[in-house]
Design a protein around this ligand. Structure first.
Ligand SMILES: [Zn+2]
Length: 315
């Protein structure tokens, strides 16, 4: 009887305990200016929430997708561009992440090249979002991948009635307001490695420029130099996760970036980024940002300056 009464009184107290905790948390949320959400307090993770886009700024997210690549560009007019989509292991998380950024439509999707760490999450993207154009490199017949991930992506694109635009260097992907995006590579129809088919794009926002290189290696870099492209850029996404097969010194000198972003996973099997390449970035005077150490990195650009925010939530 006593035990039963005890249980009953505990039960009847429970709602009051819950209400008290909620009130304390509500006060804490108000006191910290809403910086922490209840979920974050409960899980003990103090993540800053994703900043909302200002009207006059372009946001470039270098998304932390582990050992892979994915960059999201949001122009100030609301146009979205996604370059690569990370691996299959973060596939669902990436779609959720983009939904959390209130994205429904992606006007331009660029699959730099058909390796799993770049297109693993792309099937879900195609299925979950309204898509404008999709760009891919044209690969020599003998090198067309037979992987499931590639075939499934093609299947999803086909099922949605979308086409694929073969990337050609010199093509302007878009030009709107003060923003412009141009394809600088691939410049050959055949490379020894799939990486070098990577679509390289240059984004200009006002006076500022961003270069996205996929996994393009030094043979593609040499071609871009020889063909006389204006490679000069303020921010460079390091080729091939900071591997020494990319980011040759002549290329870095041509780009002369203020900042370099390396997208790679912590403790990855490839030793990315390679030390000599990180040293090279430092030697040319660039600030180095790394997704393995700093999570998702955001570059905000108003056309005349760029500011970086680090340690944003990983995908
Ligand atoms: Zn890669």
């Amino acid at each position: 009887m006593a035990a039963k009464r005890m249980r009953k009184s505990l039960h009847s107290r429970r709602p009051w305990i819950a209400i008290s905790i909620a009130l304390v948390l509500a006060f804490f949320g108000w006191y910290t200016g809403g910086k922490f959400s209840f979920d974050e307090i409960f899980s003990g993770i103090q993540q800053t929430s994703l900043p909302l886009q200002g009207e006059d700024e372009t946001f470039v997210y270098y998304l932390d997708v582990g050992q892979g690549d994915s960059e999201l560009i949001r122009l100030s007019n609301g146009t979205n561009i996604l370059i690569d989509a990370g691996t299959g292991s973060t596939s669902e998380a990436l779609s959720r992440y983009l939904k959390n950024l209130s994205i429904d439509k992606i006007e331009y999707v660029i699959a730099t090249h058909p390796h799993e760490d770049h297109i693993g999450g792309m099937k879900d993207i195609v299925e979950n979002f309204e898509i404008g154009s999709i760009y891919m490199p044209k690969v020599a017949d003998s090198q067309v991948p037979t992987s499931k991930v590639y075939e499934n992506l093609l299947g999803a694109i086909d099922e949605k009635g979308l086409g694929i635009t073969a990337a050609t260097a010199g093509t302007i992907i878009f030009e709107q307001d003060d923003a412009r995006m141009e394809i600088l590579a691939p410049n050959s129809e055949e490379y020894s490695d799939l990486n070098s088919y990577s679509i390289v794009t240059k984004l200009t926002v006002g006076e500022k420029t961003f270069l996205f290189t996929g996994d393009a290696e030094s043979d593609s870099e040499d071609e871009m130099i020889e063909l006389g492209y204006d490679l000069d850029a303020d921010v460079l996404k390091a080729g091939h996760h900071g591997s020494s097969t990319s980011s040759s010194l002549p290329f870095l000198q041509a780009v002369s970036p203020q900042a370099v972003i390396i997208s790679c996973g912590a403790g990855n099997d490839y030793g990315h980024p390679h030390k000599e390449v990180v040293d090279r970035f430092t030697e040319i005077g660039a600030a180095v940002y790394r997704t393995d150490l700093q999570g998702t990195i955001l570059a905000r650009c108003d056309g005349s300056s760029i500011t970086f925010e680090t340690d944003l939530p990983s995908v």
